[in-house]
Design a protein around this ligand. Sequence first.
Ligand SMILES: Cc1cc2nc3c(=O)[nH]c(=O)nc-3n(C[C@H](O)[C@H](O)[C@H](O)COP(=O)(O)OP(=O)(O)OC[C@H]3O[C@@H](n4cnc5c(N)ncnc54)[C@H](O)[C@@H]3O)c2cc1C
Length: 389
Amino acid sequence: MDLRFEPEDVEFREAARTWLAANVPSERRPEDGKAMRDFDNAWQRTQFDGGWAGVSWPTQYGGLGLPIVRQLIWYEEYARAGAPYTGSTFPAVFYGGPTLALRGTDEQRSRHLPRILRGEEIWSQGFSEPSAGSDLASVRTRARVDGDHLVVSGQKVWSSYADIADFHFCLFRTNPDAPKREGLSWVLVPLDTPGIEVRRIKTLARNHHFCEVFYDNVRVPLDNVVGGVDNGWTVAMNTLGFERGSAFLTEQLELSMTLDELIALCRARPSRSGHGSAFDDESVAAELAELRASVTALRAMSYRTVSKSAHGELPGPEGSIIRLYFAELRQQLATLAMRVLDTDGLEFTPYWESGWSGQWLWDFARTVGAGTSEIQRNIIGDRFLGLPR
Ligand SMILES: Cc1cc2nc3c(=O)[nH]c(=O)nc-3n(C[C@H](O)[C@H](O)[C@H](O)COP(=O)(O)OP(=O)(O)OC[C@H]3O[C@@H](n4cnc5c(N)ncnc54)[C@H](O)[C@@H]3O)c2cc1C
């Protein structure tokens, strides 16, 4: 690993900190629907106008074209400033857009990337289906080539933000006769195309951004295929590489602040023994110390990934290690908070307002989204440790 901050990086950090301090919105981010979309787009636009959107994206598509280390610094400062959760802009800005930048044609890049950075286009990911989640290669939604179009029929599920998005980037089966991974295509579908129906799914954590998306003979131009017909598996692997690796950097970096909040909670709550605060309880203090060490280790792993990218390597399977470690760490943190809160934890406090019970509920989802913990362990065993499948 070789990651040093040069004097210009330090200057960049100071400029980012100053800009964020002056521009982070003070109003609460709406947690749902069109109001949320408008807020997320407006905040993305503010970053673009301020000259901070797409730090490492190519300049010809509206980015700043700066080294990946500066992107890391931006994320660190973003987390530090308590800037809004990226929300509905997340799929396009953090992994859909980077996939297009890597695998799209010049025409596709010029059409979409600047609009994403300006907060004019929201994307939703349509990979999962009722019988294709962990086993993504089992995707069944059929896309038949008909002249210069695909005709799509089938169902997607768990598509975050599909109810408010403009585009759905999907994995479809274009060749049912080819081996599972060879007959798939990565396609960007305008969600206002006739034949598409979006239904929202409600969750226990009371956020409603999950959707089912139904396709009934939907005609999509072949120009919207990214990476070539029947070549979608390798494109999807790039998407997952970004999603598991760099996309969650801000949240990983935020974890240190969440731990500070947990320590403050432990100091404020009484100990179960009746003497002093929960913080004075030896087992709580030991767990907090362990959490601090783990959060520091996570940051070192994130730096390592960034350092690899800085040397030209694409995000690969090591994203699984970080994703697994991060998701389980978050659960451990929220579980300790719930223990300290005791019966007060039974009251629902939304995670989007940093409420602990809401975070605890939502943290279950973190060991499922972007691949479950079991799947990440399979990848680690298979790709790193060389264990038999
Ligand atoms: C917060 C969140 C956001 C999401 N956003 C999106 C989105 O925007 N777009 C999208 O397409 N999808 C999205 N998903 C869906 C997500 O990708 C899937 O839920 C995930 O891949 C698991 O698939 P599944 O739910 O079908 O579970 P299944 O694959 O049915 O798995 C069920 C259980 O079996 C275990 N299992 C399965 N196979 C194996 C195996 N080979 N070895 C060991 N254990 C195994 C799993 O670990 C799990 O515990 C999101 C999910 C969450 C939680």
